[in-house]
Design a protein around this ligand. Sequence first.
Ligand code: PLP
Length: 396
Amino acid sequence: MTNQEIMDLDKEFIIPTYARFPIAIERYKGALAYDFEGREYVDFTSGIGVNSIGGGNPHWIKAINTQAEKLAHMSNLFYTEPCANLAKRLCLSTGMDSAFFCNSGAEANEALIKLARKYSFDKYGANSNRNVIVTLKNSFHGRTMATITATGQDSFHNYFFPFLEGFRYVEANNLDDLKEACSSGDVCALLIETIQGEGGVLPLKDKYVIDACNFCHDNDILFLIDEVQTGIGRTGKLFSFQTYNTKPDAISFAKGIAGGLPFGGILVSNKLKGVFTPSTHGSTFGGNPICAAAANATLDIVEEALPQINEKGQYIKNRIESIKSPYLGDVCGRGLMLGVQIHTLSHKELAAKFIENGLLVLTAGKDRIRLLPPLNISYDEIEKGLIAFELTMKGI
Ligand SMILES: Cc1ncc(COP(=O)(O)O)c(C=O)c1O
C-alpha cells in the first residue's frame, strides 16, 4: 500500500483521537523508521518512549518467538515463568519488594491510586476519609477517568463530568504548598513524576523530591512515583528515583519496559506488600507471558545501554546548544529525555518541519520539542538526527 492509501483508510475508519502527521510508518530498524515509500526518518521519539531498544533487535525478537511457541497466554489464575523472573529482576534492581503487572501507564497509575486508598482504608478505617491523592500541577498521569483526574492540568478536566472525588493539586517544587494541602489529615498519598514529561520535560528540584519524600514518610502519606516516562533507563538510571537518596513506597512503569509491546506495572515496598489481596485488583492481560519475555529481553539490552545514556544525552544537548538560531531557548531534561525550547511557530507546526527533514520528534508543554531517542541509539544515528535538527532550525 502507499502512504496515501493507508491515510485515506485510517481517516475513514479510525476515530481521530490523535492528530497524526501525514506519514505511515512501515518498518523500523535501530533508531531508523521507514515509510511506505521507503523514506527514512531518524526516530528521536521511540514511539513516545516505548521503543526503548529501537527496532528489530534480534535478542528481543528471539525472546518473543521462543515464548510464543511455548505459551502466548494462560491467565493470572496460573503461575508463569517470564512473569516470575521479571518481577524478581525488577525488585532486585530497585530494592522494592513485589510487583503487579498490567498493560499500560494509565492502568499502572490506576493500580497506584487503588493501592494508596486501600492502604489507608485498611489502616485508618473507612470513617477516617483519609483517601485524597495529591498530585502536582502540570503533571500527566494518563487518560482513564481516575488518571485524567490525577493529571494536574485544567485542560484535561473537561467534557467528561463528573470527575472523581479525592484529588488535590499542588505546585511543583513548593514544599509549603504540599504541607498545606496535607494539613487537614485526609491525604493518603502524593503522586509525582520526577520529570514532568508531557508537561514540558521539566525536572523537579532534587531537594524538593528528597524533602517531599521525607515529609510523606514522616506523616505516613505514601510517596508514589509515576515512572511511566522516566523509567526503564530513560534518565540514566533504571528508574529516575534512583538518582536521589529516596525510596518511594511504590512506583508505576510502562512505556519502555517491553521494548514495543504493551506492558506496565507497579513495584511496591514491603510496607505495601499485603495491601492487594486476591480479587481486590487484577487485569486479564496483565503479565502476559510474551510481553513479560519481551520485557526480560528489553532489560538485558537496557542494562547494557545504561552506562552511556547520560553521555549520549549530554552530547545531544551540547550539539543543540551550539546551533546558532534566534529561536532556540534552553535544553532541559536528563539522560535521553530532553526538552528543547523553540520560540517560533506552534510546536505542532515545528514538529511537522522536523519530520519534513527526516527527523521524528515529539512536543511537550507549551513551547518545547521533546526528544526521547531509543536508549541504545548509535552515535551515527544521533549525528544523522542532529544534522536534520540543525537543517530545520536554519530553515525556519
Ligand atoms: C508520566 C506518564 N504517566 C502516564 C502515562 C499514560 O501512559 P499510557 O498512555 O500507557 O496509558 C504517560 C503517557 O504519556 C506518562 O507520560
